[in-house]
Design a binder for this molecule. Structure first.
Ligand SMILES: [Zn+2]
Length: 84
């Protein structure tokens, strides 16, 4: 998987087809109120766009995350919190 850096930390998400901000795992987990393990499951399943950084750390696309089944209701409740 390749990633194109757009500017100031924004990257092009090939899943969402928009420029997105990558989130750290704990941030991502908080965003959709799931465990970190769930985030890793999404990554392993290829359900969300993820980039490996600094060895073992991942950054994930928050937009992909909120598109996952079960997270949509959460998004609707927290729309104003998300700068998307
Ligand atoms: Zn995405």
């Amino acid at each position: 998987m390749t990633s194109a850096i757009i500017n100031d930390g924004s990257v092009w998400c090939p899943f969402c087809e928009i420029p997105i901000q990558l989130l750290k795992i704990p941030t991502a987990a908080r965003l959709v109120a799931v465990s970190r393990q769930s985030i890793y499951r999404y990554i392993e399943a290829g359900d969300i766009y993820a980039i490996k950084v600094a060895g073992h750390a991942y950054r994930v696309c928050g937009h992909c995350l909120i598109k996952q089944p079960g997270n949509k209701d959460f998004l609707n409740q927290h729309k104003k919190c998300l700068k998307m």
